[in-house]
Design a protein around this ligand. Structure first.
Ligand SMILES: Nc1ncnc2c1ncn2[C@@H]1O[C@H](COP(=O)(O)OP(=O)(O)OP(=O)(O)O)[C@@H](O)[C@H]1O
Ligand SMILES: [Mg+2]
Length: 368
């Protein structure tokens, strides 16, 4: 068995001790599950938002508190009817009876075995049908069709597009009894999830500013999915296992692995649009970030100081409106970003070293 810490990063079915910011949804789900009736529930929402983890968490909690309860989890993604039936059947019967399921059984035989197995247990049977979509709709429909007669509660999870299809294309008798939509998290909620996962998995503490930086980048380049946070954590986890502090540089490198943060040509293109003063200001900003090492953000005041210094060096009068314009231009180039948490804080996604290289390259072309 892999240690819990490692599982928190690498196991796609890991269940954290607490689900952050889904109290209302969890309550609703638990109410439906402990109902005496058998219900068919559909949980839907964007990919990576927490559908699987929420349903597994709710069912695991119920399993702890109720003894006459049989939970079954089956992931539908890329599976055929036979594989799914085999998995459901083997989850219901104990290992002593596993031999009773012939490996070469046909579909109707597997379905009949399922009916018999279901009747042989008195427990409440809850099946999580994780990730239903076009490829496995046949089996989803069949289970829905027979669920009331077989006395089963089902929780299906689906992405938004397929949930719409269920509403449009499944007949009225196959519509779920309940639906639960999982919406995007707010900025601070997403940061709490990052925080929780880092605390659960990382061997030593990670600075709060680094956690905020990572969340900022995911909010900027993605719709703010926890799954994307975990993807970045996967890439920096080995660094932390070596006992090395996580630096902004590590987050920048891990993000550029996942998003096309910038390719060199588009960086050169966007720099061609800016004025000489803005170019020089960016150079100063990149140098400060290079010195910082541990700090991912620069405040507006710090940028203003660099701007004043630049004008002093060039012996020109400063104009605060011009700083405002330069900042707007830099934000437009996509080389400088404004924090989603504090509008007076700024960060870069490309490493400072890379920005300085590109600035040198474009300076000669533009201003010689
Ligand atoms: N509220 C939350 N609290 C803690 N962790 C969360 C929360 N929501 C999501 N996660 C974590 O985010 C990751 C993605 O969640 P999950 O796999 O459940 O998403 P999903 O909606 O099922 O995605 P997909 O549509 O791709 O199947 C998991 O590691 C999960 O543990
Ligand atoms: Mg899922």
């Amino acid at each position: 068995m892999i240690p819990q810490r490692v599982a928190a990063i690498y196991d796609p079915l890991y269940i954290p001790p607490k689900i952050c910011h889904r109290e209302k949804e969890l309550q609703e789900l638990q109410k439906i599950l402990s109902d005496n009736n058998n219900n068919n529930l559909l949980i839907y929402g964007p990919s990576g938002i927490g559908k699987t983890v929420l349903s597994r968490y709710a069912v695991a909690a119920l399993n702890k508190s109720e003894s006459d309860f049989t939970p079954v989890f089956v992931n539908f993604c890329y599976k055929r009817f036979r594989e799914i039936m085999y998995q459901i059947n083997s989850s219901i019967c104990d290992s002593a009876h596993l031999g009773l399921i012939p490996t070469g059984a046909t579909l109707p035989e597997l379905w009949n075995i399922f009916r018999r197995l279901r009747r042989s247990i008195n427990n409440k049977l809850v099946i999580i049908l994780d990730d239903v979509d076009e490829n496995n709709q046949q089996i989803h429909r069949k289970i829905l069709q027979e669920s009331k007669e077989l006395d089963i509660t089902t929780i299906a999870t689906a992405k938004v597009g397929y949930a719409r299809k269920i509403r449009r294309e499944y007949g009225t008798s196959l519509q779920p009894d309940f639906t639960l939509f999982l919406d995007l998290y707010s900025n601070t909620e997403l940061m709490d999830i990052t925080h929780q996962r880092v605390n659960l998995a990382f061997p030593s503490p990670v600075r709060p500013s680094i956690i905020r930086f990572l969340t900022d980048i995911v909010l900027e380049f993605d719709i703010g999915r926890p799954s994307t946070i975990i993807e970045i954590l996967k890439r920096i986890y080995p660094i932390s296992l070596r006992g090395v502090d996580i630096l902004p540089l590590h987050i920048q490198e891990a993000s550029s692995d996942i998003f096309t943060v910038h390719d060199e040509i588009s960086m050169i293109d966007s720099l061609a649009q800016i004025s000489l003063m803005t170019h020089l200001l960016l150079q100063k900003i990149a140098r400060v970030f290079q010195k910082y090492l541990y700090e991912p953000y620069m405040s507006l005041n710090e940028i203003k100081k660099e701007y004043d210094l630049l004008y002093e060096e060039l012996k020109v009068q400063t104009d605060s409106r011009e700083l405002h314009e330069s900042l707007k231009d830099l934000l437009r180039t996509g080389l400088l970003y404004q924090s989603h948490f504090e509008p007076d804080m700024f960060y870069i996604v490309v490493t400072p070293q890379k920005i300085l290289e590109i600035l040198d390259l474009t300076f000669d072309e533009k201003f010689e």
